[in-house]
Design a protein around this ligand. Structure first.
Ligand SMILES: Nc1ncnc2c1ncn2[C@@H]1O[C@H](COP(=O)(O)OP(=O)(O)O)[C@@H](O)[C@H]1O
Ligand SMILES: [Mg+2]
Length: 273
């Protein structure tokens, strides 16, 4: 699937949240978007699946501008790109397998949905996906009974139920402890490797992007300031993305960039949960 982002821009009043972003994805890829809070990462991700309208620009998928779609065609596109959020967005009191089945909502007639009439084939598929992600035993439990890391994997299972071509993940590990963060990133990576789906993940830290992605896009104040491989992410580049005032390790080799920029905020995000 060929995706070409052309001059995609979003303004809020006089402020430009995303400023003429352009790049293309030639084949299934695992892409990390990094940048400080407020850089425009979420706004960009939300424009891809139409949750936020673009002010200008195009996103051509196999030559068709998905930003210009309306009605049924627009909904079809939306079901091809599944979204994963920082706060999982599961239905807490509903059992895990039903949460996964909710991935089918935008494909089914409303009435069937109202009466919860999932076909046996759908239920089997939901359980197979949970099994693949190591969550089969959790299937009958309420979502709220699971740990944060497990809940995020259920959200990934729900996304898989849509059989999406693209998985958009907005800070998928920002609310998780390091151990669960690793498992969730490995899960996304596996889905990319084994199923050939494109994953675009907004990530808080450089470290995660370098470890799990093949390609990293750096945003600063709405603009793309870097597009390259993890190897190319030098300390100078990191400073350009995060600003000269960001604190990195004293070391200057690219391998020691593992230190979390904005580390304090990352820890706060974890403590808040
Ligand atoms: N609905 C909105 N109304 C007004 N401004 C917004 C809205 N959503 C985002 N912004 C602004 O757009 C900029 C980019 O925000 P966002 O995309 O959330 O950045 P990030 O995800 O990188 O933290 C910020 O300055 C933010 O305040
Ligand atoms: Mg964001």
């Amino acid at each position: 699937m060929h995706i070409e982002v052309r001059g995609v821009t979003r303004r809020f009043g006089t402020a430009t949240a995303v400023d003429a972003l352009s790049f293309s994805i030639e084949r299934p890829a695992m892409i990390g978007i990094i940048g400080r809070s407020g850089a425009g990462k979420s706004t960009f991700l939300r424009m891809i699946n139409g949750m936020t309208e673009a002010s200008a620009g195009q996103i051509l998928v196999e030559g068709e501008d998905v930003l210009a779609l309306t009605g049924k065609a627009r909904r079809a596109w939306q079901s091809r790109c599944a979204m994963i959020f920082q706060q999982f967005n599961l239905v807490p009191r509903l059992d895990v397998v039903s949460n996964v089945l909710h991935g089918l909502l935008n494909r089914r007639p409303t009435l069937a949905t109202l009466f919860n009439l999932w076909s046996e084939a759908d239920i089997r598929r939901a359980i197979a996906i949970l099994d693949r992600l190591g969550l089969a035993e959790q299937a009958p439990k309420r979502a709220e009974a699971l740990s944060g890391g497990q809940q995020q994997r259920v959200a990934i299972a729900r996304a898989m139920m849509q059989e999406p071509q693209i998985i958009l993940a907005d800070e998928p590990i920002a609310s998780l402890d390091p151990m669960n963060a690793q498992i969730v990133m490995q899960t996304l990576r596996r889905i990319h490797d084994e199923d050939g789906r494109t994953v675009i993940a907004n990530l808080h830290t450089l470290d995660t992007a370098r470890r799990y992605c093949d390609r990293v896009i750096g945003m600063r104040a709405g603009r793309m300031v870097f597009d390259g491989t993890p190897d190319q992410l030098t300390l100078d580049v990191a400073r350009e993305i995060y600003g000269a005032d960001a604190s990195f390790s004293e070391a200057t080799t690219s391998t020691s960039l593992d230190v979390l920029p904005e580390g304090r905020r990352y820890e706060q995000a974890m403590l808040a949960d």
